[in-house]
Design a protein around this ligand. Structure first.
Ligand SMILES: Cc1ncc(COP(=O)(O)O)c(C=O)c1O
Length: 386
C-alpha cells in the first residue's frame, strides 16, 4: 500500500532516530507499574526491575557476540567513551601512557584524548586515506612499548565508512594492546562480534537504534584479557563498581528491545536501506559535479555523504531543510561553520568539504520520501547554481 508523503521528511538518522513503537511499548510499564529500583533486593518491585535489566543485558550481549556480564550501562555513548578511554588510562597508566586513535573519530573520543593529554598522556592521531580508512602499516608502526590502548571507531558518523576492525583487533592482540571501538553508528546496522573482531571495549547508544535518548552501554571484555577500568562516576558500586548510579530501568529495557529488534531485522533492513540509499545516490549523482565522500569502500547501508560543487552546505541546507531534515555532518558540530574534520582528513578540498551534506536513512524511510528528496534537491541545486 502506498503511503501519503508527509512533510517534513526525516533524513538525519545518524544524528538520532525516532523511538520504534515496539521499543516504546516495551519500556512504558517500567515508568509506572514496574517502577522499582533494580538494586532493591527486598521486594518484588526491585526484583521485577532487576529481571528486566537482566533480559536487556542478554539482548545487548547477543547483538554483540558478548556475554551479559560484559555489558555496563551508561547514559549514552559519550559517557561510555569517557569511561572506556579514561578508565583504561587511569588503570593502566603505570604500564604506559600512550594511546593511539584516529583523526576522523567522533568528538567524544577526540576530546577525551585531548583531556588526557593535558594530564600526561601521549596520543597518536592516525591519518586516514582519501576513502577515510586508517593506514594499517602506520598503526603497526605507531605501537610502542608504552601503548596501552587503540581507539578506532567501527563506522564513521559522517560518511558511514567502516574501518578494518578485524585487522585492527588482530594487530592489537598480537601486540597485547587493548582495543576500544566506538560502534555507536555501526551497532544494529551491520553484523558485529567482539570475539571475531578482537574488540576489548565497545560503546553503543540507544537513540541511534530506535531507542530513547539517555541510555547506552559499554562492552568490557572479561576474559582473554580481563579488562579493568577505573570508574568515572563513584557511588553505590553499581555495574560492578565501574559505573555507579541507580539504573535507568525504562531506558535499559528500551535499549535491550532496540537491540533485539535490530538483530531480528538486520538482514532485511540492510537490503532495503542499501537499495534506497543507492537509489538516492544514483538520483543525486546524476546532477553534475556531485561526489560521494567515502563511496568506494565498505560503508553502512543507511548513509551517504555528498559534496555539491559550488554550493555552500549552509545555503543548500537552508533550502533543503524547508521540507527535508538533513545535516552537514555530526549534530554536535552542526552549529560550527568550519569544514568537517572528517572530510578534511580524507583530503576532500576545503571548499568541497564545506559543500557536503549527510543523508541518513532509517527504518521508517520510504521510497516516496527518497523520490521526493531526489527531485527536490535536484531543483534546489539547479536554482542555486544559476
Ligand atoms: C560515532 C559516535 N560516537 C559517539 C556519539 C555520542 O553518542 P551519544 O549521543 O549517545 O552520547 C555519537 C553521536 O552522535 C556518534 O555518532
Amino acid at each position: 500500500m502506498q503511503q501519503k508523503l508527509q512533510l517534513p521528511i526525516y533524513l538525519d538518522n545518524n544524528a538520532t532516530t525516532p523511538v520504534d513503537p515496539g521499543v516504546l511499548q516495551a519500556m512504558l510499564p517500567y515508568f509506572t507499574q514496574h517502577f522499582g529500583n533494580a538494586a532493591s533486593r527486598n521486594h518484588s518491585f526491585g526484583w521485577i526491575a532487576e529481571e528486566a535489566v537482566i533480559i536487556a543485558r542478554e539482548q545487548i550481549a547477543s547483538l554483540l557476540g558478548a556475554t551479559a556480564e560484559e555489558v555496563i550501562f551508561t547514559s549514552g555513548a559519550t559517557e561510555a567513551v569517557n569511561l572506556a578511554i579514561k578508565g583504561v588510562y587511569e588503570t593502566y597508566s603505570s604500564k604506559g601512557k600512550h594511546i593511539i586513535t584516529c583523526v576522523t573519530e567522533h568528538k567524544a573520543v577526540l576530546d577525551t584524548c585531548r583531556h588526557l593529554e593535558r594530564s600526561g598522556a601521549s596520543v597518536t592521531y592516525l591519518p586516514v586515506d582519501r576513502h577515510g580508512i586508517i593506514d594499517l602499516n602506520a598503526l603497526e608502526q605507531s605501537i610502542q612499548k608504552d601503548t596501552i590502548l587503540i581507539a578506532v571507531m567501527f563506522a564513521n558518523n559522517e560518511t558511514g565508512v567502516i574501518q578494518p576492525v578485524e585487522t585492527i583487533g588482530r594487530i592489537a592482540k598480537e601486540k597485547a594492546v587493548l582495543f576500544f571501538s566506538d560502534a555507536t553508528q555501526a551497532v544494529g546496522k551491520i553484523p558485529m562480534n567482539v570475539e571475531k573482531n578482537g574488540i576489548d571495549l565497545l560503546c553503543l547508544s540507544a537513540h541511534k537504534i530506535y531507542g530513547p535518548k539517555g541510555a547506552g552501554a559499554l562492552y568490557v571484555r572479561r576474559k582473554d584479557p580481563r579488562v579493568r577500568l577505573t570508574a568515572q562516576i563513584d557511588g553505590g558500586g553499581h555495574e560492578k563498581g565501574m559505573r555507579s548510579g541507580t539504573l535507568n530501568v525504562p531506558g535499559i529495557v528500551a535499549l535491550g528491545k532496540a537491540c533485539a529488534l535490530c538483530e531480528q531485522r538486520m538482514d532485511e533492513e540492510t537490503i532495503r536501506l542499501s537499495m534506497l540509499r543507492n537509489k538516492l545516490e544514483a538520483g543525486l549523482t546524476a546532477i553534475e559535479e556531485v561526489n560521494i565522500n567515502g563511496g568506494n569502500v565498505l560503508r553502512l547501508p543507511n548513509v551517504t555523504n555528498l559534496s555539491f560543487s559550488g554550493i555552500k552546505s549552509n545555503r543548500l541546507l537552508t533550502e533543503i531543510s524547508k521540507t527535508i531534515a538533513v545535516s552537514s555532518g555530526s549534530a554536535c558540530t552542526s552549529a560550527n561553520p568550519e569544514a568537517s574534520h572528517v572530510l578534511k582528513a580524507m583530503d576532500v578540498r576545503d571548499t568541497l568539504a564545506r559543500n557536503s551534506i549527510r543523508f541518513g536513512l532509517g527504518r521508517f524511510t520510504t521510497e516516496e520520501e527518497i523520490a521526493y528528496t531526489i527531485s527536490t534537491v535536484t531543483q534546489i541545486v539547479a536554482s542555486l547554481r544559476k
